[in-house]
Design a protein around this ligand. Structure first.
Ligand code: PLP
Length: 386
């Protein structure tokens, strides 16, 4: 096989221009040159978050961003409703417990979106819920939650709605202000198409009122008021991750130049392509509310998915993700974020088809080729993705 293809829901393939800018010589972060890059990146972030509030960048992976949303708004003993529909929901619930919240878990079957009705019920049982935690896309099951409807519901309560948009923000529309989201986080190695290491957050006016009341539990490193003050002086609170911020500025510029909606449409087309190819490969889509950013394919019962995944990687140089916990060996997860060309898509379908044949799940390669070509022609206007 020729080139290696990385189609995981993070990390993702990097655009050649991003690779290039990552190797530009280092500059110091306390310089006019860096200050203008920082300002530009922070301003452009607001266009992606679709918020009038300031956005922030943290040198820490997505989980640090989740922690920032929480520690800056959570009071000890607050009742937190955690929507748990997979690994990342579990993570946020655990985190809230670590910080002394009274966590109420709303467990949702894996692969299913949460029912707004069930959240409403939780509020009638616990009218004093202070914070609601939810993934926009639960990456472990490739499932989206109805964020707009939840925001609508929660805005009329005293609670803050914190959303983990790490595999959503930048991949499909998640307008923070319009959808009444009070805290939103994105991650660098996911929809922001950069290497791992940074997260991006923003807080609503309602959240800022709580932050400014100084009642939230303290964090030294993640103190958003200090970060805000530093940003206003053209700096970050601690040393800046110069390379990733420079690359972020470029990525945002590229997205905005292309048009955010064109960018979303391209990612959507990749998910559409993948779901249609699943039919051709005789595989089912696992999730009841599939995401544009990542697709989970359910494998036949008699097929050992862990072995298949390793085989695809070792023999065909295509890197996909498997499932976790009770989905281990049962699903394959394919990411749609990052720099993915239509040739990558075509090649990955062929490689997956060949691997499935090696595992006696027979598919006709010529049919796969033909269908893939037709779909690409139908779904994509351009050869190259961002
Ligand atoms: C990847 C991911 C995270 C954060 O993971 P990090 O490894 O800390 O970057 C959080 N939530 C979701 C939904 C994710 O997909």
């Amino acid at each position: 096989m020729s080139n290696s293809i990385l189609l995981t829901p993070g990390p993702v393939q990097l655009h050649p221009k991003v690779q290039e800018i990552l190797s530009v010589p280092m500059i110091h972060h306390r310089t006019p040159q860096f200050t203008s890059i920082l300002k530009s990146a922070l301003d452009q972030l607001k266009l992606l978050f679709k918020t009038s509030q300031p956005c922030f960048m943290l040198t820490g992976t997505g989980t640090a961003g989740m922690e920032s949303l929480l520690v800056n708004t959570l009071k000890k003993g607050d009742k937190v409703l955690a929507i748990v529909s997979g690994k990342f929901g579990e993570r946020w619930a655990k985190m809230a417990a670590v910080y002394g919240a009274e966590v109420i878990e709303l467990k949702v079957d894996w692969g299913q979106p949460v029912l707004v009705e069930d959240v409403k019920k939780a509020f009638s049982q616990h009218p004093d819920i202070q914070i609601v935690l939810c993934q926009a896309c639960e990456t472990s099951t490739a499932t989206t939650h109805p964020i707009q409807q939840l925001g609508q519901l929660i805005q009329s309560t005293r609670a803050l709605f914190l959303v983990d948009g790490i595999t959503a923000l930048g991949a499909y529309p998640l307008p923070m202000d319009d959808w009444h989201i009070d805290g939103l986080v994105g991650g660098s190695q996911k929809a922001f198409m950069l290497p791992t290491g940074m997260s991006y957050v923003s807080f609503s006016k309602k959240a800022w009122d709580k932050i400014n009341s100084n009642e939230a539990i303290a964090s030294f490193y993640l103190d958003i008021k200090k970060e805000h003050a530093a940003n206003q002086k053209g700096e970050t609170y601690f040393s800046s991750q110069v390379q990733l911020i420079r690359a972020l500025d470029l990525v945002l510029q590229m997205i905005l130049e292309k048009g955010i909606n064109t960018h979303y449409a391209e990612i959507h087309a990749r998910s559409e392509y993948t779901r249609k190819m699943a039919d051709v490969l005789n595989l089912k889509v696992y999730s009841a509310a599939p995401s544009d950013s990542v697709t989970a394919l359910l494998l036949p019962e008699n097929l050992d998915g862990s072995k298949l995944r390793d085989h695809i990687e070792n023999k065909y140089d295509l890197i996909l993700m498997g499932g976790q916990d009770h989905l281990k060996g049962k699903i394959l997860r394919i990411g749609h974020m990052g720099y993915i060309t239509t040739d990558d898509l075509h090649q990955s379908s062929l490689r997956l088809a060949q691997a499935l044949n090696d595992f006696k799940h027979s598919v006709n390669i010529e049919t796969v080729k033909e269908n893939s070509r037709q779909l690409i022609q139908k779904l994509f206007k351009t050869e190259r993705g961002l």
